[in-house]
Ligand binder design. Structure first.
Ligand SMILES: Cc1cc2nc3c(=O)[nH]c(=O)nc-3n(C[C@H](O)[C@H](O)[C@H](O)COP(=O)(O)OP(=O)(O)OC[C@H]3O[C@@H](n4cnc5c(N)ncnc54)[C@H](O)[C@@H]3O)c2cc1C
Length: 404
C-alpha cells in the first residue's frame, strides 16, 4: 500500500500531482521537494512577471495555506540529489534522506544553451526561472538594443514584452515561419508577421557567434559579414529536460524519462510527469510535450495511477501564447489536417482556423477567440462530425455544431 509519496519538483506537474492525490482521497504523506522558495507558475515569466506588473506572490501556484490545508509538506530551497527506488529512499541536497513508497519525478528542464561561441557572456540571458526573469528585466531598459534568438513561443513573447518595455528589438530565427506545424502556415505567417508590424526587426538567420565587447555584445548572423551590436541577448531556443536523476537511478531515458500511459517509468515505484516525461504508446515513443496543460494532466494521471483509480480521459493537446496584445490558443494536431477553414478574417478583432480530416475537426487555432478553440476541443474529443462550411460561417453558432 502506498503511504508516502515524494514529488521531486514543484512546478505545475508536481503541484498538480499533489492536488489530484488529495482530491482523489489519498490519505498518506505527500511531500514536494523543490529548490525554489515556493512553487510558482512559469508562463507569466515571459509576460506579466517580466513586464513587472505581477510579482512573485502573484504567480505562486498555490497560496501558502494550501500546503497546510492539503497536508502537503513542502521542502523548499532543497534539491533531490539521488533516488534509490528499490530501497524506497530519496536523498536531498542537505543530506536528509526521505522514505518514499512512490516517487514522482516532476523535474521540468533547463533552458537550452546551444554551443555557440561566446554564449557564456553575462549579456546572454535565458528564461526558465523567476531568477532568470529578475536578471533579465533590468537589461530590458527603455532604448536598449536587444537581440532575441528564437521566434518560437518563449522568444516571441520575450520580444513582445521587450518592445512594450521600450527596447529596440531584433528577433532572429533560421526558420522562416515558426509554429507552422502547430498553427498551420497561414496563421503562423500572420502571427510571425505581427512582430514586424509592431516595429520589431525580424531576421531569418541563425546566430554563428557572440563576442562580448564589455559595454555591448556582438552577434554574427549566418550570411552576414558584419557583426550586429546589442546591449543584451535573450535565448529562446528550447529546453533540455532534467533527466539526470532518472538516469543515475537506472531508469529508461530516451530524450525524456520514458513512461507508460499511467506515467510509470521503467521502475514500477517511480513515476514521471510534465516536461521531462516521454510517453511510450503502443511501443512507439511519442514526442515530449512542453506545455502547461499537458503537465497538469500528467499530474492528474499520475495521481490516478497511485490511487488505483481510472485515469482521466485524454483530451486533445492545447496551448496558448500571448504577444503584442493578442491571445492565441491552439488545440489538436494541425499538421494532421487535410483541409483548413477560416472563421472570420485575419484582419478581424478575432478569428479562428479549423483543421479537418475525413469530416472531423482535428485541430483549431484562434486569435482572441477562446470559445472557438473550446468548441473545437469538444468536437475533437467527442469525435463530432464537422461541416466545414458551417464552421467557416461566423453567423453559425458553434454551440450547435458541437452537438453535431
Ligand atoms: C517563460 C516561459 C513561458 C511559458 N509560457 C507558456 C504558455 O504561454 N503556454 C503554455 O502552454 N506553456 C508555457 N510554458 C511552458 C510551461 O510553463 C511548462 O510546460 C510547464 O511549466 C512544465 O511544468 P513542469 O512542472 O513539468 O516543469 P517546471 O515548471 O520546470 O517545474 C519543475 C520544477 O522541478 C524543480 N527541480 C528540478 N530538478 C529538481 C531536483 N533534483 N530536486 C527538486 N526539484 C527539482 C525545478 O526547480 C522546478 O521548480 C512556458 C514556459 C516558460 C519557461
Amino acid at each position: 500500500m502506498t503511504e508516502r509519496v515524494v514529488i521531486v519538483g514543484g512546478g505545475i506537474a508536481g503541484v498538480s500531482t499533489a492536488g489530484a492525490l488529495r482530491a482523489g482521497g489519498f490519505d498518506g504523506d505527500v511531500t514536494i521537494v523543490d529548490p525554489g522558495e515556493f512553487p510558482y507558475d512559469r508562463p507569466p515569466l515571459s509576460k506579466d512577471f517580466l513586464l513587472g506588473v505581477k510579482n512573485g506572490e502573484q504567480i505562486a501556484l498555490q497560496p501558502p495555506r494550501w500546503y497546510d490545508d492539503q497536508r502537503v509538506r513542502l521542502v523548499n530551497r532543497t534539491a533531490v540529489t539521488a533516488l534509490h527506488p528499490a530501497e524506497g529512499k530519496v536523498e536531498l541536497s542537505d543530506g536528509t534522506v526521505l522514505l518514499a513508497d512512490r516517487v514522482v519525478l516532476a523535474t521540468g528542464g533547463a533552458a537550452a544553451r546551444p554551443p555557440i561561441p561566446g554564449i557564456g557572456s553575462e549579456r546572454v540571458h535565458v528564461l526558465r526561472t523567476a531568477e532568470d526573469a529578475d536578471r533579465l528585466r533590468p537589461a530590458l531598459a527603455p532604448g536598449a538594443d536587444v537581440l532575441v534568438v528564437g521566434a518560437g513561443l518563449i522568444g516571441a513573447e520575450v520580444a513582445s514584452t521587450a518592445l512594450r518595455l521600450g527596447c529596440e528589438v531584433t528577433l532572429v530565427d533560421p526558420v522562416a515561419v515558426p509554429l507552422t506545424a502547430a498553427l498551420g502556415p497561414d496563421l503562423a505567417a500572420w502571427l510571425h508577421g505581427l512582430h514586424a508590424r509592431h516595429g520589431i526587426t525580424a531576421v531569418q538567420a541563425g546566430v554563428e557567434a557572440f563576442a562580448d565587447r564589455g559595454e555591448r555584445i556582438e552577434a554574427r548572423l549566418a550570411g552576414e559579414s558584419a557583426a550586429r551590436s546589442y546591449d543584451a541577448v535573450v535565448l529562446g531556443v528550447g529546453m533540455v529536460p532534467h533527466t539526470g536523476l532518472a538516469e543515475r537511478a537506472g531508469l529508461e531515458v530516451d530524450r525524456g524519462i520514458v513512461v507508460d500511459a499511467g506515467q510509470v517509468t521503467s521502475h514500477p515505484h517511480v513515476l514521471a510527469v510534465g516536461d521531462p516525461a516521454r510517453t511510450r504508446h503502443d511501443g512507439v515513443l511519442l514526442p515530449r510535450t512542453e506545455h502547461w496543460e499537458a503537465a497538469r494532466h500528467d499530474g492528474a494521471r499520475a495521481a490516478a495511477t497511485l490511487l488505483g483509480a481510472e485515469a482521466p480521459a485524454p483530451t486533445a493537446p492545447w496551448f496558448w501564447t500571448d504577444r503584442h496584445g493578442r491571445h492565441v490558443e491552439a488545440v489538436g494536431h494541425m499538421d494532421a489536417a487535410e483541409l483548413t477553414v477560416v472563421r472570420g478574417g485575419f484582419d478581424d478583432p478575432s478569428f479562428a482556423v479549423f483543421g479537418l480530416r475525413d469530416g472531423f475537426v482535428v485541430a483549431a487555432a484562434a486569435v482572441d477567440d477562446s470559445t472557438a478553440v473550446r468548441a473545437a476541443r469538444r468536437m475533437i474529443d467527442r469525435r463530432v462530425p464537422a461541416d466545414a462550411g458551417k464552421l467557416a460561417d461566423p453567423a453559425v453558432n458553434l454551440r450547435g455544431l458541437m452537438r453535431g
